[in-house]
Design a protein around this ligand. Sequence first.
Ligand SMILES: C[S@@+](CC[C@H](N)C(=O)[O-])C[C@H]1O[C@@H](n2cnc3c(N)ncnc32)[C@H](O)[C@@H]1O
Ligand code: SF4
Length: 389
Amino acid sequence: MFKFKNTNKKDLSIYIHIPFCESRCYYCDFYSSIINEENTIKYFENLQKEILIYSDFLKDKNIKSIFIGGGTPSSVNSKYIKNILKTLKEITNIDINTEITIEVNPNSINEEKLIDYLDSGINRFSMGAQSFNDNILKSIGRVHKKDDIIKAINLFHKYNIENFSFDLMLALPYQKFEDIEESINMIDVLKPAHISYYSLIIEENTLMEKLYENKKSIFADESEDRKMYHYVVNNLEKLGYHQYEISNFAKKDFVSIHNKRYWTLDNYIGFGPSAHSNIDNIRSFNHNNLNDYSNDIEKNKLPILDFEELSKVDRINEFSIMGLRMNTGIDINLANKRFNINFLEYYKKEIEKNINNNLISIQDNFIHLTEKGRDLSNTVEVDFIRLKE
Ligand SMILES: C[S@@+](CC[C@H](N)C(=O)[O-])C[C@H]1O[C@@H](n2cnc3c(N)ncnc32)[C@H](O)[C@@H]1O
Ligand code: SF4
């Protein structure tokens, strides 16, 4: 039986999942359902209850970051978001330095919502742009157009919002090199502070998987995908975006605090269906559907489906993989101290093999992926995963 333990660590991040979208994009397997007002009202009542169950746990914590993600948080009336943040402010310690991000879609953000977001202390916006080509947007099931992105960003500029990020994707069906060039041009014009640029992953049981099975030729192959990725990395660097992780780029001072805390395995708590928590190496996973989640909350139970305690081997695995994905690399001294091991001995064989294959390098006690390693990061990561002892 799962029991939520308190922790001496005061710094905490919070993730809040909003499980609604206006429609389902063909590539996506994040948990969400199509929005309707009745479900929304009930959901926010339950979300509020879930947060209040954790009041005691939250009261002495310093909240470093809050991420309101989804689903599409901007698809719901902004009064719900406002109320949730108000509740959190009443029961825990949120201040001007807390990074508070909300994911917004270009078609569902408007001035009224934006004013509410700013009033409730939201200070970072992550916009799902995906592409600036209307035909491609349509072919992946997005309900917005290029013009909607531009309008939304003009609204940000009107309110002097500098701290906004774009989610963009490459290797989409029908996507040509010129589309990537166009996205880079639009970045230069619209000037986001941060960019997440993802290669399409074909997820199981999505419409995209069916499309891929039936029409492989409209998808970029591995070498085209890598060409697009290199073009993105090189050109973002030229525009002043520093790459800090395989898919993430930021202007100076705009690295996402929330992302970094995830990747350095710091404590976070997640609310809502499908949200995860990581408190002192205990991972817990909420139910990943609204019904089971609501049923538990209505019985005053934690809506937790499962949990696991990370063993030392699990933690070393994760520390190494996250380190490899970040441009700073694996901090060997920190690993030695944190896990009481000799990291270079522990992974002697794997490190030698990957150095010989020119996939990683060691500099100043940090292990980095080389450029070739970044293209083959999955194979390097697999080498750093040890099975449980
Ligand atoms: C939680 S999702 C969606 C946020 C928001 N609802 C939206 O659509 O703009 C965050 C980002 O993950 C990326 N993403 C989702 N599914 C993906 C996939 N199958 N392959 C690559 N990137 C994906 C998209 O760029 C998306 O914006
Ligand atoms: S990408 Fe965003 S809008 Fe599209 S289905 Fe996924 S969560 Fe919803």
